[in-house]
Design a binder for this molecule. Structure first.
Ligand code: ATP
Length: 327
């Protein structure tokens, strides 16, 4: 395992057996999550981001199963972890703030009691110590601890609840925090505020982060690296700046063009034609070809492999092999 990486995912496939057939929500994915960096996974709804992230905690929801592949953490494959080892690993090594996690707060329990309960579920610690730690973290995410610890969830705004969830995710000093759509459903000003806090946590507490989002422009503000997912596959990865400056996959280019906040003139926003593919009935060849304006006959027949397209850059598009890719 490369010592600069906290997590190395190799050749990971996750399947859901449904009545109507089997879908591969994650298809032969390899991805590095470098230590001390912010990595973002972007792609439309249903592309497999949450399923991939849940595998990093080894909590793929039923009926999903990890079909093959490995996820290395400190040189150990977490796919092979025993239930006991997994209990230590989840929250203490890696924690996750789920999509719409604010709604997961128990409505009839005070925030402080919920924080105590979370810590005690994972380790022995005196209640006063937990409250001290929780207060520090709430203060850190710019909330007033004395008020918030005593509050019930309905007494807090959406942005405050999201900050509470960030504090929750830090309670056991994890090395990696995964945040699934951390700012969806929040207004733009609150989104920026949450990202400010996330950057502060990342830099000052030296926490590695994995952000999941459908909006490439939102994560570009904070991510060092981006992985773009389409139909369960990673179709392009690279440093954020490079991905925007020198895009190597038409789907990434489409996501960038569709991103409203990057363009001054909103009339130039161009959504990607067509809709996300049905994983039960994927087209042959490149899964993106029916929506791709550059698709050739080869794209309709042959799946592109991920190839190196620069330092730390991988893209899975036939156009790159002939150097024809987008300028
Ligand atoms: N528990 C489940 N049962 C059946 N299918 C599932 C389950 N969880 C995910 N899937 C399927 O796996 C595919 C990928 O879903 P996933 O939630 O990982 O995508 P996503 O990119 O995170 O999208 P979103 O942001 O909407 O959650 C989808 O087709 C979804 O229907």
């Amino acid at each position: 395992m490369n010592e600069n990486n906290l997590i190395e995912i190799r050749d990971l496939s996750i399947e859901f057996k449904l009545h109507s057939g089997t879908i591969r929500a994650v298809d032969q994915v390899s991805l590095d999550i470098p230590k001390g960096k912010v990595t973002a996974l972007v792609g439309e709804s249903g592309s497999g981001k949450s399923t991939l992230a849940s595998a990093i905690l080894n909590i793929v929801s039923s009926p999903g199963i990890i079909k093959n592949g490995s996820i290395l953490f400190n040189g150990e494959d977490i796919v092979q972890y025993s239930a006991n080892r997994l209990r230590q690993y989840c929250w203490t090594d890696v924690s996750m703030v789920f999509q719409a996690a604010q709604n997961a707060l128990n409505p009839v329990m005070r925030i402080g009691d919920q924080m105590i309960e979370t810590v005690l579920a994972h380790k022995k610690m005196r209640k006063e110590e937990i409250i001290k730690k929780a207060s520090q973290l709430l203060d850190y995410v710019r909330l007033e601890p004395s008020r918030v610890l005593k509050a019930y969830p309905h007494e807090l705004s959406g942005g405050m609840k999201q900050r509470v969830m960030i504090a929750f995710s830090l309670l056991l000093d994890p090395k990696l925090v995964i945040l699934d759509e951390p700012t969806t459903a929040l207004d733009v000003i609150t989104q920026d505020y949450i990202f400010d806090i996330l950057l502060k946590v990342h830099k000052e507490m030296n926490i590695t982060m994995l952000l999941l989002s459908h909006d490439i422009s939102v994560v570009a503000k904070v991510a060092d690296r981006i992985g773009v997912m389409y139909a369960g596959k990673i179709v392009e990865t690279g440093e954020t700046f490079e991905m925007f400056e020198n895009t190597k996959h038409p789907y990434t280019a489409g996501l960038i063009q569709a991103a409203p906040s990057l363009l001054d003139d909103v009339s130039k926003n161009k959504s990607i034609r067509g809709s996300s593919p049905n994983l039960l009935n994927l087209p042959p060849g490149c899964a993106f070809h029916p929506r791709c304006e550059f698709a050739t006959d080869r794209c309709k027949q042959e799946q592109p492999r991920g190839i190196s397209v620069g330092k730390g850059r991988i893209a899975a598009c036939h156009l790159n092999e002939k150097g024809e890719m987008l300028a």
